[in-house]
Design a protein around this ligand. Structure first.
Ligand code: NAG
Ligand code: NAG
Length: 266
C-alpha cells in the first residue's frame, strides 16, 4: 500500500513536471490541444537551413521573386524568454496596446490595457466571426514603450539593399489571422505558436471577402480552389522566418496562441 502511494506520488510529480516543462517551453501561452487548430496543411514553399543559403543566393533566388522559409538564421532565445506570458504581463500589463479589426482594410482601432487584451480578448476564434468584428493585436506598437523589448530581437540578417527594417509585434489566439492583403517586402517570425501562411504572386489576386477571416476563407473557399489557383503555403514554427517579396498577396492563420514579429523592409 505504502509502495503504491509512493509510486502514485512519483507519477503525479512526473506529470506535473512534464506539464510545467511544456508550458515553460511555450512561454505560458499554450492552450489545451482541443483549442488549437491541428491542420498545418501542405508546405510548397522552399524551406532552407540558414547555413546552406548564402546572402548572395538569397538575393539571386528569392529576394525579388518568391517567398522562402529559412531555419536557424538567428538565435532569439533571449527575446523568446522576454516574450513569455508572465514576463510580458509584468512589463506591459498596464500599458495600452492599439488593436485593429482583422479585415483587409483594417478600419477600426481600439486602445486597451495589454492585461485586458490577454485576459479577455486573446482567445480562440470561431469560424463564423467576422474579421471586422475581431480585434487583433499586431503592429501599431508604441516604439518608446516597446523599445527595450525590441532591442533584444535579432532580426533576419539578410536584408535587401537600400532598406532598413521596421518591426510590428503582436499576439493573437488560435483561429485568428489577417485576410489577404499586400505591402512591401519583409520577414515574419513566430516566437511562440505556429502560423499558417498563404501567398499569391502580385499579379494573381486571390478571391476573398475583405471582411471575412482567413479561417472562413480556409473553410469555405480554399477547398474548392481549382488547381491553378492553389496558393503557396506553409506553416512556420519558432526558429523559422518566412520571407515575403514586395507586393505578394498573403493571408495568415494562427494555429496556436502565437507571439509574432514582422520586419518590414522599406
Ligand atoms: C508612447 O508611450 C509614451 C510613454 O508611455 C507616451 O508618452 C506617448 O504618448 C506614447 N505615444 C503614443 C503615440 O501613444
Ligand atoms: C466591411 O466592414 C466595414 C466596417 O464594418 C464596412 O464599412 C464595409 O462596408 C464592409 N465591406 C464589405 C465589402 O462588406
Amino acid at each position: 500500500m505504502e509502495h503504491n502511494k509512493a509510486a502514485q506520488f512519483i507519477v503525479i510529480c512526473l506529470i506535473a513536471g512534464l506539464k510545467g516543462q511544456q508550458s515553460e517551453d511555450e512561454g505560458g501561452w499554450s492552450l489545451p490541444s482541443d483549442l488549437r487548430l491541428q491542420d498545418e496543411g501542405p508546405c510548397n514553399i522552399d524551406v532552407l537551413d540558414g547555413s546552406s543559403l548564402s546572402y548572395q543566393e538569397f538575393i539571386e533566388r528569392y529576394a525579388y521573386s518568391r517567398p522562402v522559409i529559412i531555419r536557424g538564421l538567428t538565435d532569439n532565445t533571449k527575446f523568446r524568454l522576454l516574450c513569455s506570458k508572465s514576463t510580458l504581463l509584468e512589463e506591459y500589463g498596464s500599458r495600452k496596446v492599439r488593436l485593429s479589426t482583422a479585415n483587409t482594410y483594417s478600419y477600426r482601432k481600439v486602445d486597451i490595457p495589454f492585461q485586458e487584451y490577454v485576459d479577455v480578448l486573446l482567445r480562440p476564434q470561431s469560424v463564423d466571426t467576422l474579421g471586422s468584428d475581431t480585434l487583433y493585436f499586431f503592429g501599431d506598437n508604441n516604439y518608446t514603450e516597446w523599445q527595450s523589448l525590441f532591442r533584444q530581437y535579432k532580426s533576419p540578417p539578410y536584408v535587401l539593399p537600400h532598406t532598413s527594417g521596421a518591426y510590428s509585434f503582436g499576439i493573437a489566439g488560435p483561429g485568428t489571422g489577417v485576410p489577404f492583403h499586400w505591402h512591401g517586402p519583409g520577414y515574419s517570425e513566430v516566437i511562440y505558436g505556429r502560423k499558417r501562411w498563404f501567398l499569391y504572386q502580385p499579379d494573381k489576386e486571390p478571391h476573398f471577402h475583405p471582411n471575412h477571416t482567413t479561417l472562413s476563407w480556409l473553410t469555405e473557399i480554399y477547398p474548392h480552389l481549382p488547381e491553378e489557383e492553389v496558393p503557396l503555403e506553409c506553416t512556420i514554427r519558432p526558429g523559422e522566418v518566412l520571407y515575403f517579396p514586395d507586393r505578394w498577396w498573403h493571408a495568415t492563420l494562427n494555429l496556436d496562441t502565437s507571439v509574432f514579429i514582422s520586419t518590414f523592409l522599406g
